[in-house]
Design a protein around this ligand. Structure first.
Ligand SMILES: C[S@@+](CC[C@H](N)C(=O)[O-])C[C@H]1O[C@@H](n2cnc3c(N)ncnc32)[C@H](O)[C@@H]1O
Length: 289
């Protein structure tokens, strides 16, 4: 389905252009209007129920039920060969666990088929004295059909091969396009703070790096596909989708975060226009020489 067709189901977005439809609202409400089997790829990171500025803490059972509810909605909207990438962190359970991986709590609540758990490893984070300093989060890669799904390995190969010229029986041992990036991804976090703030940093407290989401988009979708994020936050999924030639539908409940996303999308178009103008200027100069 074309991006603009979604408007006839979802209504008028708060922001739209040829690549993006952004809606402000509760995604569990909005998802009711997305047609069944219409989306190839969903990537998202919901609230972890740990008291961040954008969440109200729920009882654990209610939180799990809430996740199960919207994950089932995502399942209904996903195309038969589509994928769902779910990022989840840790939460504490009094007298049980200081930090239990949320995927342990939902393993039987998700109707998708789980292909793999990806570990996102980074170097920045809190320091531990009575435990190991936490330096990872997980992505669960789900598909609807275990026998038919998109995986563009060549588009995400890691070019940093240790022995690129190694041969076996006269043939190069390594793929010239690079190696499989494995299930542990070392990608720097978006950091804040004086002297160490990442360039892409916004004021959202849980912003993903574009590099991380780009890898998922390249692996699990085709050019012009629509990428959906029901908990858009600062709009990282939108930025990564558009920069990689995809389109995006995003839902976000908080007005400030919606504004951040919209600004990030506009910045991409501004940079593209600037490049085109500079290109034209260069053409004129070369024409005259
Ligand atoms: C973990 S953050 C997402 C961060 C995002 N991945 C990024 O890179 O900026 C979760 C987001 O979900 C939003 N949110 C929470 N409940 C929501 C709901 N019911 N519907 C839509 N958005 C919601 C929060 O406001 C928050 O921005």
């Amino acid at each position: 389905m074309e991006l603009s067709n979604f408007k006839s189901f979802l209504g008028q977005p708060i922001y739209e252009d040829k690549n993006a439809l952004i809606y402000q609202g509760d995604s569990l409400e909005l998802m009711n209007y997305i047609p069944e089997e219409s989306l190839p790829l969903t990537i998202t990171s919901p609230p972890y129920n740990i008291g961040k500025e954008y969440e109200f803490i729920l009882e654990l059972d209610d939180y799990i039920k809430w996740i199960a509810k919207w994950v089932n909605q995502v399942y209904c909207c996903t195309l038969p060969n589509g994928s769902f990438w779910l990022n989840l962190g840790y939460l504490s359970i009094p007298r049980k666990a200081k930090a239990i991986p949320i995927p342990y709590l939902i393993w039987d609540k998700v109707p998708f088929y789980l292909i793999q758990e990806i570990v996102w490893n980074y170097s920045a984070g809190v320091a531990g004295k009575l435990f190991f300093s936490p330096r990872n989060e997980k992505f669960l890669w789900y598909v609807k059909d275990s026998k038919s799904y998109i995986f563009n390995l060549d588009d995400i190969r890691d070019p940093n091969v240790k022995y690129p010229n190694q041969k076996k029986n006269g043939k190069l041992k390594c793929n010239v396009k690079g190696k499989n990036p494995t299930d542990v991804w070392q990608i720097p976090k978006v950091t804040s703070g004086k002297n160490r703030s990442s360039k892409e940093r916004t004021t959202h407290p849980a912003q993903f790096p574009v590099q991380l989401i780009s890898r998922i988009i390249l692996a699990s979708s085709h050019i012009n596909d629509i990428v959906f994020d029901p908990f858009l936050g600062s709009g990282t999924t939108a930025e990564a989708a558009i920069k990689n030639g995809r389109k995006v539908i995003g839902f976000e409940i908080n007005e400030n975060y919606v504004n951040i996303s919209v600004q990030r999308i506009k910045n991409i178009h501004f940079d593209e226009n600037k490049k085109i103008k500079q290109g034209n200027l260069f053409d004129i100069i070369t024409d005259n020489t």
